[in-house]
Design a binder for this molecule. Structure first.
Ligand code: CNA
Length: 328
């Protein structure tokens, strides 16, 4: 009995080089941008969820939930200020996606990220579905720069403006249903930098036809990746995994050169003197501490107000019981 050949990153690279794989579907998440300095959500300690602890939110996800945002938009804008995208540069992993597009083998990219770095790296917009965002206009940019909540300019309204980001609890763009139809056409799936914990993207790897190879490049195992014949997992840092893949493809030099090029191009646009706040932008933990102090202060005021009312009503009640006429 012959042993079926095992799929490895080398055998997949070979199939790409010989033109047997030409339609790659990619699913990316926050992990491909952590080396650009953007924290992901769920990595313990460095991830945003752990760092939001000072805000005492109902759950860390609340900050991105539409029902929480509709009554408390301040925390969202406070952290959006620290996560301002225009000062950030694409990572090697973003450059790899651009290289796949350049070689005309990127069938489609589903990204869960809101940083826009895929496009900055040169992936054509028509090849990308942002399952969580599109970036806002000038006023919104200003709000994100200052961390202040933008309010509607209509005098009768004056409610908080929601950015063009799909919050938890909202529906994804209709385009999502359209684009998932491309998945069965693919001859390879590449999943990078995601915990596969957020629906509906978490279901994308399972939509691949059985027997079609799937590659995971991630710090940890996730979803059902690695459970099928033909799955390959490269566990560890995305950029390191991508270098290994590029090496197997014989594209390492080309990838590094492209990365250098896109980083230089982005640096030219953002510039250290740019009005977006310089190279690093404000510190995330400082933004969180500031908004936590404001929320505590407001809570203190409302607690104080409640105490004052209780004592006032208590006095009134005591006087009524003593036969005094209540003051009008
Ligand atoms: P997540 O749930 O925080 O998972 C991130 C995954 O990436 C985890 O499995 C990590 O182990 C892994 N990871 C982190 N750093 C690296 C690295 N350097 N190399 C390899 N793997 C790494 O985030 P998901 O993307 O899975 O969840 C979807 C959320 C995240 C969407 O709602 C996004 O909007 C949201 N998000 C986006 C950004 C961004 O735009 N850059 C940042 C933070 C969160």
């Amino acid at each position: 009995m012959s042993i079926p050949p095992t799929t490895t990153i080398q055998s997949i690279a070979e199939r790409i080089k010989t033109g047997q794989i030409t339609r790659i579907i990619v699913l990316t998440g926050a992990g491909i941008s952590t080396s650009a300095g953007i924290p992901d959500f769920r990595t313990p300690k460095t991830g945003l969820y752990d760092r939001l602890a000072p805000l005492n939110l109902p759950t860390p996800e609340s900050i991105f939930h539409i029902s929480y945002f509709s009554h408390s938009p301040e925390p969202f804008y406070a952290i959006a200020q620290a996560r301002h995208p225009s000062t950030l540069k694409p990572t090697l992993s973003h450059a790899f996606l651009a290289l796949l597009a350049k070689k005309n083998i990127l069938h489609f990219l589903f990204t869960q990220n809101i940083d826009g770095l895929e496009e900055d790296a040169g992936v054509p917009a028509e090849k990308i579905l942002w399952t969580h965002a599109s970036y806002p206009d000038d006023l919104m940019r200003k709000a994100i720069k200052t961390g202040d909540v933008p309010y509607c300019l209509e005098p009768k309204c004056s409610g908080a403006i929601k950015p063009e980001v799909v919050f938890f609890g909202e529906s994804l763009p209709e385009e999502f249903d359209e684009k998932v139809k491309l998945i069965p056409e693919a001859d390879l799936m590449l999943v990078m930098g995601t915990s596969l914990r957020v629906a509906p993207c978490s279901g994308i790897p399972r939509m691949m036809e059985p027997g079609v190879p799937r590659v995971l490049i991630n710090m940890e195992r996730c979803g059902d990746m690695g459970s099928r014949d033909g799955d390959v997992s490269i566990l560890g840092d995305c950029d390191v995994g991508v270098r290994e893949f590029a090496e197997a493809l014989g594209w390492r030099g080309e990838l590094e050169a492209l990365w250098e090029e896109v980083v230089a191009a982005k640096a030219k646009i953002a510039g250290p003197e740019s009005e977006d706040g310089g190279e690093d932008g404000p510190d995330l933990d400082a933004c969180i501490a500031k908004i936590a102090a404001q929320m505590d202060e407001r809570l203190g005021i409302s607690k104080g107000h409640k105490k004052m009312l209780e004592s006032h009503l208590g006095d009134k009640f005591a006087r009524m019981m003593a036969g005094d006429r209540p003051a009008s």
